[in-house]
Design a protein around this ligand. Structure first.
Ligand code: NAP
Ligand code: F7E
Length: 337
């Protein structure tokens, strides 16, 4: 039986990856932060909370990292933990640099000393492309991060490559474009929209307040993307791979698809801060712009080319954007009912 350790097992991807690995017969271990009221809602929602071995773990604490690597004796180490909210990274730039950047070398250097044969996965991100230098973006596209989050992840990405090249470690980096699900954190725009729509569809009256409606993202389904992570670690050679759908969608269009799934028919009016959306069926306003959600520097367009993952890993995204929006909207609608 193979053993895997997942940092960030309580997060969206951690929960889906834990389920995938358990289904494949792995013994799954994960790191959880010490909090006053321990809860595992995502693992519970996927029905696997009782099947994983949990260890108290914080990426900022060097001794945690050392002890876990010494004691768990894992074959595969998936580093999914991060301060993952781009918007918060301008308020927490130093913390974000530590958790999303420096922590990666804490893990790699401990693995190098204690268990160099362990296969390592680093959660890199399309945010590293930022102000995109090529369309679509692929593994060789020049990086131009636009947030403290993106900058920290660039360090994590390059130090992973560096440990692979310097010490021959099986260390791979997945450059994943946005991926969502009903387990997505509530502050990310897709889930904020689907939760807000569910409240409105059940009689709520507050329009959903959003920032930049023109930003475009390449959105896939998290369940598909964790399969790609696992495939990377099964290759004879470690490498870096983009996972993406090659379809880009604006925030406005995602909103429209999700609204359709809960029976709304939207009329869009105005531009910039004056933009609104109204449900033609009820006459109610369902969206208004609030500039407080604008970012100091924006990533306007992301669209990925996952040809390398398709050819070398046999990986394909299965869920398309309209289906994803409907899946999330219906899940929130049903949960509120
Ligand atoms: P998520 O839902 O926000 O989960 C983040 C996880 O990291 C949580 O389990 C969180 O624990 C843990 N964590 C945060 N700070 C920590 C610390 N100091 N020590 C230990 N654990 C800590 O994120 P996700 O969407 O699953 O993303 C997984 C990874 O992929 C992240 O590294 C993210 O940056 C990256 N990524 C995500 C996407 C995407 O679209 N989802 C795309 C590309 C890359 P708590 O539960 O205690 O908060
Ligand atoms: O923003 C715009 C916002 O916060 C998407 C993380 O998983 O994916 C995620 O980062 C877009 C941005 O995700 C609101 O300005 C408008 O252009 O959902 P998001 P993100 O920043 O793309 C990458 C790949 C990661 O690696 C990250 O960990 O939507 N937007 N109005 C808004 N965004 C939010 N959150 N809230 C709004 O009200």
């Amino acid at each position: 039986m193979k053993k895997a350790f997942i940092t960030g097992i309580t997060g969206q991807d951690g929960a889906y990856l834990a389920k995938l690995l358990l289904d494949k017969g792995y013994e799954v271990h994960g790191g959880v932060r010490r909090i006053s009221q321990p809860e595992l809602p995502r693992l519970e929602q996927l029905g696997v909370a009782g099947d994983v071995h949990l260890h108290e773990f914080d990426l900022t604490e060097m001794n945690n990292v050392f002890r876990v690597i010494r004691d768990v004796e894992m074959d595969e180490f998936y580093n999914l933990a991060a301060q993952s909210f781009v918007g918060a990274s301008w308020d927490l730039p130093i913390y974000t640099a530590d958790v999303d950047g420096m922590a990666v070398v804490r893990i790699l250097d401990t693995l190098r000393s204690v268990r160099p044969e362990t296969r390592f996965y680093q959660a890199s991100t399309s945010e590293m492309f930022g102000l995109v230098q090529e369309v679509p973006q692929k593994e060789t596209t020049r990086l131009y991060p636009r947030s403290p989050y993106g900058v920290a992840k660039v360090y994590g990405h390059y130090i992973t490559m560096n440990y692979r090249e310097s010490f021959g470690m099986h260390a791979s980096s997945g450059i994943l474009f946005n991926h969502e699900s009903p387990l997505r954190g509530k502050e990310f725009v897709t889930r904020k929209i689907t939760l807000g729509l569910a409240k409105l569809a059940h009689g709520g009256s507050d329009p959903i307040e959003l920032g930049n409606m023109d930003a475009q993202r390449d959105w896939g389904f998290a369940g598909d993307y964790v399969e790609g992570m696992w495939r990377m670690l099964q290759q004879p050679q470690a490498d870096d791979y983009v996972l993406a759908t090659n379809v880009t969608t604006s925030i406005r269009d995602f909103f429209t698809y999700a609204a359709e799934a809960v029976g709304m028919d939207l009329a869009w009016e105005g531009e910039g801060e004056a933009e609104t959306a109204t449900d033609r069926k009820t006459g109610r306003q369902v969206m208004k712009v609030n500039p407080k959600f604008y970012r100091p520097a924006e990533v306007e367009l992301l669209i990925g080319d996952a040809s390398k993952a398709r050819e070398k890993l046999g990986w394909e995204p299965r869920v398309q954007i309209r289906e994803l929006a409907a899946m999330m909207a219906k899940s929130d609608y049903d949960a509120l009912r």
